[in-house]
Design a protein around this ligand. Structure first.
Ligand SMILES: Cc1cc2nc3c(=O)[nH]c(=O)nc-3n(C[C@H](O)[C@H](O)[C@H](O)COP(=O)(O)O)c2cc1C
Length: 387
């Protein structure tokens, strides 16, 4: 099985010069990001309309700074900076963001059958005030400084039909440059009252199709309800997770495999899970949002009465996400396991990337911020070509 390897070497000689140029350019781009907020996804329109239209950028892509090749799960990349599963539902989104210097692109979670999106609203901006157990409230006026934005999503994990996404993944793969990788996120869509075998077979089918279409890496989204036991979340169940991951591994050969997780309720469950999947997957990606009650100012559930809780993203979850990554990295090291940690959670500025790299992240992905900070990879690479 492939293992992540060290940096590739020679090109580092040019780094100092590029870093100096980067510092000068960065000052300009940060001013631009904080003064002219540009939302590439229209939260007032349906998901389907946004998919069809592609991202609405306010300006042409800036020049992407040259950066040396390094390794991501054994694959050569220009940076270990990318976009997590969510914002990139098809090639109309993947390729323009690749052009803006994000090098690890995650194709949003796909299913073995088409699944429509919930009605609008699917994405709201929220305040960032209370502790975890208190509701977050929708705000109409977005913070002037986009770095401070928190938001919440409730899409229902929609998917195009496999016939579409299998072809579209080919378009993505052929449109990427050298040093860019495509992760495809998959999830199972089991029948009512499924067995774990049926769940695993459905995950494996999606993963095999994605690899055949050109995915460089598969990400299995285990951060979803455990419909077999009808309680809890799949990754909290180490035995079921191992069955699923084993079947995906059997279906995808040597293709690197990541497992998307949320926070663990305690260290024991984390240990059990990590031991169960070690040797079958190359790494874990976390965190996948933090659940909160999401209300309008008048107290009504923002996403309607059937969805009172939803995932919070952005600034509000950055510190808890750094803690989650620190803890899981420590656990992996203590247990002597061979799993990489891909960090996600509230990254919107250079210090947020640094927070994650410092606690052991192998790569850092942005979930929501590229929607309002589309040039974040460029400004980050200017200052940190070594990332
Ligand atoms: C529009 C949108 C859709 C998302 N859909 C998915 C999804 O289908 N699968 C998944 O694993 N995570 C999904 N996520 C969660 C992100 O991958 C990420 O874990 C989350 O946004 C936290 O990162 P952030 O704080 O940088 O936004 C979605 C996020 C956004 C913004």
């Amino acid at each position: 099985m492939r293992r992540h390897v060290g940096f590739f070497g020679l090109e580092w000689l040019l780094l100092a010069a590029f870093a100096c140029i980067g510092v000068a350019n960065l000052l300009g781009s940060q001013v631009l990001e904080s003064t002219s907020m540009q939302c590439t996804y229209d939260i007032h329109e349906s998901w389907e309309t946004n998919c069809e239209r592609g991202p609405a950028f306010a300006e042409a892509p800036p020049e992407v700074p040259w950066t040396p090749i390094k390794s991501f799960l054994g694959l050569p990349v220009r940076s270990r900076i990318g976009i997590a599963a969510g914002l990139l539902p098809n090639s109309r989104w993947v390729l323009p963001y690749a052009e803006r210097g994000f090098d690890i692109l995650t194709y949003k979670t796909v299913r073995s059958v088409a699944r429509p999106c919930y009605p609008v609203p699917n994405w709201v901006f929220v305040d960032d005030l209370g502790p975890d157990h208190t509701p977050a409230y929708v705000i109409e006026t977005v913070p002037a400084d986009p770095i401070q934005i928190s938001s919440s999503v409730c899409f229902g994990m929609p998917s195009f039909a496999p016939a579409f996404w299998r072809e579209d993944i080919r378009r993505c793969r052929s449109g990427l440059s050298d040093g860019q990788v495509l992760i495809v996120s998959v999830v199972a869509t089991p029948p009512p009252n499924p067995t774990i075998g049926e769940m695993a077979a459905d995950y494996a089918q999606c993963a095999a199709w994605a690899v055949a279409a050109g995915a460089d890496v598969i990400e299995a989204n285990l951060s979803c309800p455990n419909v077999c036991s009808a309680e809890g979340t799949l990754y909290h169940d180490a035995t079921s997770s191992r069955s699923i991951v084993q079947q995906i591994r059997d279906a995808i050969g040597n293709t690197p495999l990541l497992l998307k997780l949320g926070v663990f309720p305690n260290r024991l469950l984390m240990q059990q899970f990590l031991r169960a999947v070690d040797g079958l997957a190359e790494g874990v990606t976390l965190v996948n949002c933090i659940s909160r009650t999401i209300l309008q100012r008048d107290g009504q559930p923002a996403f309607g009465p059937n969805h009172t809780t939803a995932g919070v993203l952005g600034r509000a979850i950055h510190q808890p996400s750094v803690e989650a990554v620190r803890e899981i990295h420590e656990c992996i090291t203590d247990e002597g396991l061979a799993l990489a940690v891909v960090a996600v959670g509230g990254v919107a500025q250079i210090s947020d990337f640094a927070d994650f790299f410092q606690v052991g992240a192998h790569a850092v992905l942005c979930g929501s911020s590229p929607m309002y900070l589309p040039n974040l990879a460029v400004s980050t690479k200017q200052l940190h070509p070594e990332w």
